[in-house]
Design a protein around this ligand. Structure first.
Ligand code: SF4
Length: 411
């Protein structure tokens, strides 16, 4: 990756003091101690070389005046423009952790009502640990990626049992919890505890790739390591790591947008390499997305005395343990998402409507049909559910949509 000459570290040594020297020494020591094993293991040699290159490039890119400009301008902008979000009104590690778990792969506007209901019902990690997983899934219903809810619950139990009901303050302990990866650990440790821990989500990755005009696919090892190094250097010594990390994410979410970055209103446009080179829309380079899998479904609404017939999904696999309307995949010999045998149990009725839905890479088109039960005994895992019971039940997102469609057709 090319460096902009005017912003490089100058030869008189303006690079920030102790941290940079420590990183440089560490890189040398690591290189020396790996020398022997690298001779007999060329793969390790290449990895060490990439790591060392990322360290030195990071140092060269972050001259002290540029870092100070980024800190000052972005933090001032964040203080003035940050969105007022419910989880930003607290510094409770538990609340930060819940919000960050919900925000993975999910929009802020979608998360807000879920977060508020969740925290109201489970205000502490003890309350969550003592709860029934079915109730947790009920509150998560419609938010998607349900394994997050299961892992959150499992981690709450561990925090109570092994960490005196306090989210751990060290990265290794935090990352040992179910569902807590590098991003979530960095978020909780920096926002709730004020620790100088980096975090990298999609927004931060994009912002840093543009600031430093990182070329190459950002998820490949070279660019990825470089971005990690820069994120670490930038949070080190910033003074308010929580605000800094949130400011980076906020810039990515509201200004440095994926397709059309709003550079004219960006607080750091004067020190952005991509902007200076006219590459803001071309970066970051992303790996091509796999083609979506088209899925066609029939979803059946079977009613009896105000109750609706639901099927519980297996405790293993996708959407584990959630309830859904009986659903059938069309035209596939090997059903992938809905492995139920329905033909023997249901008598197909009239069409109620049509819905579209997405589950990860699956793009779903579903006909919603009324139906009658064709057998006397309910198969195992099927149940009649009253309207009041539906309220607290963990339902799949597609079933929520189909029920809405069915209610609208009955009006
Ligand atoms: S100047 Fe443009 S590309 Fe650079 S960080 Fe700001 S919004 Fe993103």
């Amino acid at each position: 990756m090319e460096l902009e000459a005017g912003r490089r570290r100058d030869q008189s040594g303006v690079l920030r003091g102790e941290f940079a020297r420590t990183i440089a020494c560490l890189a040398l020591i690591q290189t020396a101690t790996r020398c022997f094993s690298n001779r007999v293991n060329p793969g390790r040699a290449e990895a060490a070389s990439r790591e060392s290159k990322a360290v030195s490039e990071a140092q060269e890119n972050l001259a002290v005046e540029r870092r100070d400009a980024l800190w000052g301008q972005l933090l001032a902008w964040y203080a003035a423009h940050r969105r007022d979000l419910p989880w930003r009104r607290v510094e409770d590690p538990y609340a930060v952790w819940v919000s960050e778990s919900m925000l993975q792969q999910t929009r802020v506007s979608t998360v807000i009502p879920y977060y508020e209901r969740f925290i109201e019902r489970f205000p502490t990690v003890q309350a969550l640990a003592e709860s029934d997983i079915d109730e947790v899934l009920g509150l998560w219903s419609g938010l998607g990626y349900y394994s997050r809810a299961r892992r959150l619950h499992a981690a709450a139990v561990l925090i109570v049992d092994e960490h005196q009901a306090v989210f751990p303050r060290s990265r290794p302990d935090a990352e040992a919890l179910p569902g807590v990866g590098a991003y979530t650990a960095g978020a909780v440790l920096s926002i709730a505890y004020g620790l100088e821990e980096r975090l990298i989500d999609g927004n931060v990755q994009r912002v840093l790739a543009r600031w430093f005009a990182v070329e190459g696919i950002v998820t490949k090892s070279g660019p990825r390591r470089f971005i990690e190094q820069m994120a670490g250097e930038l949070v080190d010594g910033v003074g308010d790591p929580g605000s800094w990390n949130q400011a980076l994410m906020e810039l990515g979410a509201t200004v440095c947008l994926p397709r059309e970055p709003r550079c004219d209103r960006c607080p750091v446009r004067a020190v952005c390499d991509a902007r200076a080179r006219g590459m803001e829309s071309a970066l970051p380079e992303l790996a091509p997305k796999p083609a979506p899998i088209e899925v066609e479904l029939e979803v059946f609404v079977v009613m009896d005395q105000g109750r609706v017939l639901l099927v519980r999904r297996s405790e293993e696999g996708r959407m584990a343990g959630l309830w859904e309307l009986p659903t059938r995949e069309i035209g596939l010999e090997e059903p992938r998402l809905f492995p139920f045998e329905l033909d023997a149990h249901l008598l197909r009725g009239a069409e109620i409507g049509f819905i579209k839905h997405s589950i990860t890479k699956h793009r779903i088109q579903a006909r919603v049909l009324s139906a009658d039960l064709g057998v006397r005994e309910l198969p195992e895992g099927w149940a009649w559910i009253s309207q009041s019971e539906l309220e607290g039940l963990g339902l799949t997102g597609m079933t929520l949509k189909a029920l809405k469609k069915a209610r609208a057709s009955l009006r």
